[in-house]
Ligand binder design. Structure first.
Ligand SMILES: [Zn+2]
Length: 81
């Protein structure tokens, strides 16, 4: 018995993420990103070419967190002097 198979099922390619709104594959972008007063250069994120919604993958979030922590440490050391 087929249950509710009228809608087409969209299968994401391995590693590809789809925008839930547009069902379009996100494209990778790079930009400068300011967070907590520090600027990160060439941060990678994903952007939907249709609605221009930008998201970070969990990996990218991790990378950003690490860089922010590192830069804040550097900043704190400079302020101590
Ligand atoms: Zn979209």
């Amino acid at each position: 018995m087929e249950k509710n198979s009228s809608g087409k099922q969209r299968i994401a390619k391995a590693g590809a993420l789809l925008c839930p709104t547009c069902c379009v594959e996100y494209v990778e972008i790079e930009f400068d990103f300011e967070v907590e007063g520090v600027i990160l250069y060439n941060v990678k994120a994903l952007r939907c070419p249709d609605c221009e919604e930008e998201i970070f993958t969990p990996q990218q979030v991790e990378t950003i967190k690490k860089e922010v922590n590192y830069l804040n440490e550097v900043k704190a050391k400079k302020l101590e002097r």
